[in-house]
Ligand binder design. Structure first.
Ligand code: ATP
Ligand code: FE
Length: 335
């Protein structure tokens, strides 16, 4: 049994083939067109998906050593994401399901980020249930209690910007290129995390807020640059380290509270920001201190990929939750 999965929710066109819980291929075509705009341009994204989808699916099949005729089911990202981008993957998946007479499985992108932890692959440690997952990506920041592959409870989430946006927006203020997360990560390793103090929100419960941090960074920089025009260039590594440190501490405060209150010590992270080295180091420290069992995804399963869509589709399919051709994508869907 082979499942083909397609992911096209944002600016990566991805396809993967899965057999049982094993990934046979995982292909991603990233779009470079957005770099010069400093963010994803939706119109350009859907056009690029249209250009990439057939070659990406073909390479996924070839790498897996199968042909389309061997497929048992097709999974695709139905949302959340950019509507125009989602529709490219959705129409492709529907057409293939119709042409091959195989089941169609609609997948929730944020559930898939979490379920990547259930893939059977080198370097993936599968958590037992229940576990807590801190999902930190370009559009979302959530603490989710995962009771089973189909039972998710959102304990807390961001009230404004996502953690990835906090990285990307401060990177933009510093004149770094898009997406800024990886560049801040790299520079933070060279700087002093306590060089600058930025404001942290005080929120009840497990929710997050990152818009205040962006403003706090902006004001700090404006004041300093007024006195010293090349302040940013001179202090960029320290600024990056301090911004990253603040983001990590905001995240960890709520994660620690969620673990304490639920008594759950199995802790996973997911999404693009889970690639961050500072975050991984901090989590490892906390895991030692608090006796957590930590689940860190391999880098290929952190940012958008179709392997995670395949494993999420696999569990839905096993439970008999297939879609019909009337299904459509939506930009927003609740977890
Ligand atoms: P969503 O999943 O919420 O729809 P998305 O799919 O666009 O959003 P991902 O691809 O999961 O998001 O993650 C992209 C984000 O991850 C970007 O904001 C990027 O800056 C951030 N990111 C990637 N690598 C790192 C890193 N090493 N450190 C910090 N942030 C990172
Ligand atoms: Fe994503």
């Amino acid at each position: 049994e082979y499942i083909l999965a397609i992911e096209s929710s944002c600016d990566d066109t991805a396809a993967a083939v899965l057999s049982e819980r094993r990934i046979l291929s995982n292909v991603v075509a990233s779009q470079k067109v957005h770099e010069e705009y400093g963010g994803v341009v939706p119109e350009l994204a859907s056009r690029a998906h249209q250009a990439h989808i057939v070659p990406v699916v073909n390479s996924a099949l070839t790498e897996a050593g199968i042909t389309a005729a061997d497929l048992s089911a097709i999974a695709f990202t139905a949302g959340p994401g950019l509507l125009g981008s989602l529709l490219v993957g959705t129409s492709f998946a529907k057409s293939l399901s119709l042409a091959l007479s195989i089941p169609l499985i609609d997948v929730h992108h944020m559930r898939a980020h979490v379920l990547a932890h259930l893939i059977e692959a080198e370097g993936v440690k599968n958590p037992e249930f229940p576990f807590l997952c801190l999902t930190v990506s370009g559009g979302h920041t959530q603490i989710v209690k995962v009771n089973s592959p189909s039972d998710f409870e959102v304990m807390g989430e961001t009230l404004d910007d996502a953690a990835g946006e906090a990285f990307d927006k401060t990177a933009k203020l510093l004149g770094l290129s898009y997406p800024g997360g990886p560049e801040i990560d790299r520079r933070a390793a060279l700087g002093n995390p306590n060089a600058f103090a930025f404001s942290r929100p005080s929120l009840e419960g497990y929710n997050f807020s990152f818009s205040g941090l962006k403003t706090s960074v902006l004001y700090t920089l404006q004041k300093a640059v007024a006195k010293e025009p090349d302040f940013i260039q001179k202090n960029i590594d320290d600024i990056c380290a301090s911004v990253q440190h603040t983001i990590i501490e905001i995240l960890m405060k709520k994660l620690v509270a969620a673990s304490k209150d639920t008594g759950i010590h199995r802790i996973a992270i997911a999404g693009g920001v889970s690639a961050n080295k500072g975050l991984r180091n901090r989590l490892s420290e906390l895991a030692e201190k608090r006796k957590w069992e930590l689940f860190l995804p391999p880098f290929e399963f952190t940012t958008d990929n179709a392997a995670m869509i395949a494993i999420a589709g696999y569990y839905k399919w096993k439970e008999g939750h297939v879609a019909d051709l009337s299904i459509s994508a939506s930009a927003r869907i609740n977890l």
